[in-house]
Design a protein around this ligand. Structure first.
Ligand SMILES: Cc1cc2nc3c(=O)[nH]c(=O)nc-3n(C[C@H](O)[C@H](O)[C@H](O)COP(=O)(O)O)c2cc1C
Length: 189
């Protein structure tokens, strides 16, 4: 089973890349193969415009990414919050991907999360990511992983050790793991 994993930042010491690292470590016992997306792919993709789509079509790197999404058994999408929304580069990528197929993520178990030093833990970004990927058919987990007040990977790792935080993290991780297994016909529920 292959998981496509994306953190929507290529920044050195990115909090969101660190959150993705920790989530993947937590899920390691499930034995998923991980296809991790290099976010520079999104950053280097031209802005969507209907005119450029008409003349040049969907950029090949986005077509290639769409094939990787289609091949995955589950998606983990981690995003920073920019001005109470997702980064424009992420929305732009989703717009291009939707032009490959409007059912690109059909019924793929999808775990969404985000990290921020601020008190709301990228909550508004992760809330706003949901409808865009659900439109493409993603089966989003009801629990999302929102990390507030973190400024380093060490903070994120420590939060994963906090029983209060785990009360929300565990259902998200377990739900994702079990849903991927169920979709593969390997679950027991
Ligand atoms: C343009 C811009 C807008 C931002 N807006 C918000 C915001 O609305 N809420 C928030 O919590 N953090 C906001 N931030 C802070 C980012 O969430 C923070 O820099 C975060 O660490 C970026 O993610 P990364 O560490 O994975 O690169 C903003 C940062 C930038 C550059």
């Amino acid at each position: 089973m292959t998981i496509l994993a994306l953190a929507a930042s290529s920044r050195e010491n990115s909090l969101n890349a660190a959150l993705l690292d920790v989530i993947l470590d937590e899920l390691a016992p499930a034995g998923f193969a991980v296809d991790r997306v290099d976010y520079t792919l999104f950053e280097e993709t031209p802005h969507y415009s209907a005119r450029s789509e008409q003349t040049e079509g969907v950029p090949q790197p986005m077509r290639d990414l769409a094939a990787r999404i289609q091949a995955a058994d589950g998606l983990i999408l981690i995003t920073p919050e920019y001005n109470h929304a997702i980064p424009g580069t992420l929305k732009n990528g989703i717009d291009w991907l939707s032009r490959v197929s409007v059912t690109l993520m059909a019924m793929k178990p999808t775990l969404i999360g985000g990290a921020s030093a601020a008190p709301y833990g990228a909550w508004r970004a992760i809330r706003s990511l949901r409808p865009s990927v659900e439109l493409l058919g993603a089966l989003t987990l009801p629990y999302m992983i929102s990390m507030s007040g973190v400024t380093s990977k060490a903070d994120i790792t420590a939060r994963f050790g906090d029983p209060l935080a785990r009360a929300k993290i565990d259902p998200a991780l377990a739900g994702f793991r079990d849903l991927v297994a169920l979709r593969q016909g390997k679950g027991s529920a």
